[in-house]
Design a protein around this ligand. Structure first.
Ligand SMILES: C[S@@+](CC[C@H](N)C(=O)[O-])C[C@H]1O[C@@H](n2cnc3c(N)ncnc32)[C@H](O)[C@@H]1O
Length: 205
């Protein structure tokens, strides 16, 4: 427990993640989800308005429980019931092959053992189910990547363990997924080190 990590940081993250530039990326990432969906890093519920009608239930995991309070309005307005099932994507209290899809937006950067979390995602996804992701990570441009490596320690310290330098595509593939789609772009707002996007879908190989 700590004032910064458990109270101030989730509020700052909520403000930063409410950036209107992210809304179309949330919509694009949530498109095609259906049935029972697991969300890694629920945060303050900013994806709720973008869940397609075909989503019947959301299973949410996040260690920062203050996010649920910040999500109160969005939860009240959401037609999709939300179950807060756990605090850590590395240990999912879900049966094998029990979810139709998994949503992760700007969360794989922050999970300490991301390989373990993705192994859990693999375990709980039904055959044919997909991981839908919008993440930031290691940039293709070597000059930006060099700064990402240099600033990674500071970022991790200040931003709750968020890494600037994770090669999201390679991490997802190494966990046994096949990438079905992957797009890159910089956000228009924010420094290049923190805004190189990985937008895609992956299914269990
Ligand atoms: C940058 S925020 C993104 C929040 C939300 N997904 C969004 O798009 O607004 C990163 C989130 O990852 C969560 N997180 C960190 N470690 C985690 C873990 N081990 N399991 C699940 N979520 C985690 C944080 O608490 C935080 O809510």
């Amino acid at each position: 427990m700590g004032l910064w990590r458990d109270h101030l940081l989730p509020r700052l993250v909520h403000k930063a993640m409410s950036n209107a530039e992210l809304a179309p990326l949330r919509e694009q990432t949530a498109a095609g989800l259906h049935g029972m969906v697991l969300e890694l890093g629920f945060g303050s519920g900013l994806n709720l308005p973008f869940l397609p009608d075909a989503v019947t239930r959301l299973q949410a995991v996040d260690p920062a429980t203050v996010g649920r309070q910040l999500a109160a309005e969005a939860l009240a307005a959401s037609p999709v019931p939300v179950d807060f099932i756990g605090l850590d994507a590395e240990r999912l209290p879900l049966a094998d092959h029990s979810v139709d899809g998994v949503l992760s937006t700007w969360t794989l950067c922050s999970i300490p053992d991301v390989a373990q979390a993705l192994s859990e995602v693999r375990r709980v996804l039904k055959p044919g189910g997909r991981l839908h992701f919008a993440e930031h990570g290691l940039c293709d441009d070597p000059q930006v990547a060099r700064w990402q490596q240099r600033l990674n320690g500071v970022q991790k310290f200040l931003a709750g363990g968020c890494h600037l330098n994770r090669p999201i595509d390679r991490i997802v593939q190494a966990a046994g997924f096949t990438l079905e789609s992957l797009e890159h772009r910089f956000l228009e707002q924010g420094p290049k080190v923190a805004t190189w996007q990985y937008l895609g879908r992956a299914r269990v190989t």
